[in-house]
Design a binder for this molecule. Structure first.
Ligand SMILES: *[C@@H]1O[C@H](CO)[C@@H](O)[C@H](O)[C@H]1NC(C)=O
Ligand SMILES: *[C@@H]1O[C@H](CO)[C@@H](O)[C@H](O)[C@H]1NC(C)=O
Ligand SMILES: *[C@@H]1O[C@H](CO)[C@@H](O)[C@H](O)[C@H]1NC(C)=O
Ligand SMILES: *[C@@H]1O[C@H](CO)[C@@H](O)[C@H](O)[C@H]1NC(C)=O
Ligand SMILES: CC(=O)N[C@H]1CO[C@H](CO)[C@@H](O)[C@@H]1O
Length: 811
């Protein structure tokens, strides 16, 4: 149908506007008349009539158009496309020029075609002269490429957006084990590729994918479809996404129905989501529930009446047609009745037609801008030459609203259009009604759906489940089973690990200052735990220490009062002073074990503790050596005189050396230990090797040697057995105390551990004073008659200057 601008132009300057329109009246598969294509044709004519009538849009300018049938065949679509480029009608060439800036082809813009494969072909030709092409149905993502298709626009969203909508829809219903079937063309293959990619990124698995056969031979096609249906049934997949042309979808679903597959969900791509030929399959509801994404549509007020007029008077439709140039007539059009248009009811009525209508308006608005038209003064700049590349710039810039639908294009030529999510509700007379249960907008991150609007065709009336394995519980990680991401086993995260939502396959360790129970999704803050003087146990320890110091003071007092007596000669003098001083120091060091540890406290407390303890022990050892036979056997009086001092110095030196090694190697430090659940234990870490244990071993050895010496002394000499007995008793007690201490200390944990050491220290003090000084004090206080040299048979502390032992053997 060709109508040239000249017929309508009221302006002097003839304006040409040509539209390529696809009428699928000769579908290759069935060779049947396609009403959808015809409706698009009518909606375009309707739009042009409206624009021609309008006094505000393009006032005084009349648009003309051409409509060509592409027959869904690239070879057919080629011919008119070539002719668009030429300057004259029925001419198929472009004259050679060096510069096509001022080249004016026969048409300024093209609408269509609907098929993505044809759009790619046409766009490649039109790109040459930058003629704007606006498709109303080509959704292939390939066409978003601005480098390859600089003059292509469309009024439907691209398949990438559709795939995103589908993936979101699947995840809303928790389906991640899906099958994907596509048609064997540009649309299907491209959609499959994008969908699989997107689904994978959202942790979904396309468990089965197949290309629907396009074999022209009916029986072969049926056979292949049966195989696909069998696969779907055996693989137990309950959600199937189908990107297909309506005819392919129809053929497949008929086979599925005949195979008795029930209770599944079928997700329709925009291409067949509102297709009457699929909706008319009898008993289709048996296969399960069909939901789909449908391109958002709008109302076209007056279109119904327009269609009625056309149908009522088919001859009118043919008027003005100029068939002299050999274009074919629409033979089926005249035999249409209104009933052919009444089949599509519901909101999907104008799904495909509205986008054609919009495309025409885009061109009108662009032209309006280009001609500097003014709606109020009803004037357009008619003298202006219109070149396609100029129009292209305006098309890219359009921004208007039509029947409350916003129309503009993104940089890649895509509209801001989303989808309606529709559900096929089976009506009583075997037909389907398309019920919208939600919508998708590319600029909104979330689907907006109302699940309760869907009636599920399953046994329980609930949405079917399509998952390889059930979701793990919170706090569990996934162990993948096989190659698919969706098939896994679940395992609890251990304590102090948590399950991070972003990484379902791993348990993430909690940071040091946090803790978590097993199977947790978060970490909790740990409480700090440390010893404080005000706790019950430390307070008790402090009280005991005060008691120990008090008894030391009392003992010292009693001894001082009775100085000069034989008993005093037995215990008094330098050894007592040394022991009292070092024990005071020892007791003071306990304080550092009961307060809140700091780095300084940790560094100070052990040397203080061990040095003072060593001095006490060394003093007693010196005393033992001096008074025992061993000391006696040393025939050098000078040496014997300084034996005690030497013994103390030697042991301090050894201790100092060990301490140096310790502090050089691995000094004690403040540690925030997280070994206990829920808390951070602040305590001193006394590295056991070579530090703590060697110091302890040294003191232990000192006590042991001392103990041994008292016995050896006894063997060689019967004198001084009182002192020797006292000392050996004290040493045995000390050995027992520290022998018990070591395993207790080594196996205990917690803030109270350092109190063990205090306790052992206190016990040692009481052992020394109890065994060594208490008997003497008892005699001084309660049995003064025993305070004689005979009783003590001791050596004086300060031997006479001549070096002779002043305790005669006969005594
Ligand atoms: C255009 O105007 C004519 C007469 O003014 C009217 O009959 C026709 O319905 C109008 N067409 C449209 C599409 O508005
Ligand atoms: C379209 O125009 C409206 C106002 O008329 C404006 O708010 C909007 O941002 C424009 N959109 C684009 C893409 O330019
Ligand atoms: C969802 O649909 C049901 C049934 O049509 C309706 O009763 C309900 O109000 C809807 N909910 C929302 C949030 O729109
Ligand atoms: C599909 O549905 C059936 C019946 O409800 C169920 O047994 C099966 O586990 C489902 N398949 C998947 C993969 O979830
Ligand atoms: C091509 C086309 O539909 N042209 C229309 C332009 O407007 C006049 C009325 O103003 C119509 O009669 C034409 O059909």
């Amino acid at each position: 149908v060709l109508q040239r601008n000249g017929t309508y132009a009221e302006s002097k300057e003839p304006l040409s506007f040509t539209v390529l329109e696809m009428i699928n009246s000769f579908l290759t598969a069935s060779l049947s008349f396609d009403i959808t294509g015809y409706k698009r044709h009518l909606s375009m004519r309707f739009a042009i009539d409206e624009i021609n009538n309008s006094t505000s849009l393009l006032p005084g300018v009349k648009l003309g158009y051409e409509i060509h049938n592409t027959c869904n065949n690239p070879a057919v679509a080629n011919k008119p496309t070539m002719s668009f480029l030429s300057k004259y009608p029925n001419h198929y060439g472009v004259e050679v020029q060096c510069d096509y800036t001022n080249y004016k082809p026969r048409v300024v813009a093209v609408v269509g075609p609907g098929n993505s494969e044809l759009s790619v072909l046409v766009a490649r030709f039109l790109k040459f002269l930058l003629i704007p092409e606006i498709s109303y149905a080509s959704s292939s993502d390939k066409l978003s490429d601005r480098q390859l298709y600089p003059s292509f626009f469309r009024t439907v969203p691209s398949d990438r957006i559709q795939a995103d909508a589908m993936v979101q829809l699947l995840s809303k219903f928790n389906w991640n084990w899906v099958a994907t079937l596509v048609t064997d063309d540009e649309y299907g293959r491209r959609a499959l590729q994008i969908f699989v990619q997107l689904a994978l990124s959202k942790d979904m698995c396309v468990a089965y994918e197949a290309i629907l056969p396009s074999d022209p031979e009916e029986s072969k096609r049926k056979e292949e479809l049966s195989k696909i249906a069998d696969q779907l049934q055996t693989s137990n997949i309950n959600a199937t996404v189908i990107f297909a042309q309506p005819s392919s979808a129809e053929a497949l679903l008929r086979v599925v129905l005949s195979r008795g597959i029930t209770g599944k969900v079928w997700i329709a791509s925009e291409c067949w989501a509102t297709s009457p030929i699929v909706a008319h399959i009898p008993n289709l509801a048996r296969i399960g529930t069909i939901i789909g994404v449908a391109i958002k549509s709008g109302e076209m007020p007056g279109f119904r009446e327009y269609v009625q007029n056309v149908v009522a008077d088919p001859s009118r439709d043919q008027t003005g047609s100029d068939t002299s140039d050999g274009d074919e007539q629409c033979s089926d059009c005249s035999s249409l009745t209104l009933a052919d248009f009444s089949t599509d009811t519901g909101p999907a009525r104008f799904y495909s037609t509205f986008n054609t209508y919009k495309a025409v308006y885009v061109i009108a608005h662009a032209l309006h801008q280009l001609l500097q038209c003014n709606a109020t003064s009803k004037w357009c700049n008619m003298s202006r030459e219109v070149y396609p590349w100029q129009l292209l710039e305006e098309v890219a810039r359009v921004n208007f609203t039509i029947n409350s639908h916003l129309v503009h294009f993104s940089k890649s030529g895509n509209p801001p259009t989303g989808y309606d999510l529709i559900y096929w509700d089976a009506t009583t007379h075997g037909n389907h009604e398309f019920v919208s249960f939600g919508s998708y907008h590319p600029l909104q991150p979330q689907l907006n759906i109302n699940k309760s609007k869907i009636r599920w065709n399953t046994k329980e009336g609930k949405p079917p489940i399509s998952r390889c394995t059930q979701e793990c519980k919170p706090g569990q990680k996934r162990w993948l089973r096989g190659e698919h991401n969706c098939c896994f086993l679940c395992e609890d995260c251990p304590a102090n690990y948590f399950q991070n939502k972003n990484d379902p396959h791993e348990c993430t360790p909690c940071p040091r200052e946090k803790w978590s129970p097993p199977q947790s999704t978060t970490c909790y803050d740990r409480a700090f735990e440390y010893l404080e003087v005000t706790d019950t146990l430390p307070i008790n320890m402090v009280a005991l220490t005060v008691l120990a110091m008090a008894q030391m003071a009392v003992v010292t007092g009693i001894l001082a009062k009775h100085r000069g007596t034989p008993a005093m000669r037995f215990v008094g003098g330098f050894p007592t002073l040394s022991i009292v001083l070092s024990s005071t120091c020892f007791c003071s060091s306990f304080y550092l074990f009961v307060i809140k540890p700091t780095s300084m406290v940790c560094k100070l407390r052990q040397p203080l503790f061990f040095f003072s303890f060593t001095i006490s022990l060394a003093t007693l050892l010196g005393k033992t050596l001096q008074s025992s036979g061993l000391g006696w056997t040393l025939k050098r009086p000078k040496l014997r005189k300084h034996l005690m001092g030497l013994c103390i110095l030697l042991n301090i030196a050894i201790q100092g050396l060990l301490c140096l090694v310790w502090y050089f190697w691995n000094p004690p430090s403040l540690e925030e230990s997280t070994e206990l659940e829920k808390t951070i234990l602040v305590q001193c870490r006394d590295s056991s090797f070579p530090g703590y244990s060697s110091l302890l071993a040294h003191d232990f050895g000192l006590a042991a040697v001392c103990c041994l010496c008292t016995f050896m002394g006894n063997n060689s000499d019967q004198r001084n057995d009182k002192a020797a007995k006292s000392i050996s008793f004290a040493m045995i007690l000390i050995l027992i105390i520290w022998t018990l201490f070591v395993p207790t200390y080594a196996t205990s944990q917690g803030k109270f551990v350092s109190l063990f050491q205090v306790f052992a220290g206190l016990a040692s003090i009481f052992a020394i004073f109890g065994s060594y000084y208490y008997p003497v004090c008892y005699i001084l206080l309660f049995a003064p008659h025993m305070n004689t040299d005979t009783h003590f048979r001791c050596l004086p502390q300060n031997p006479p200057a001549d070096g002779k032992p002043d305790a005669p053997e006969t005594k």
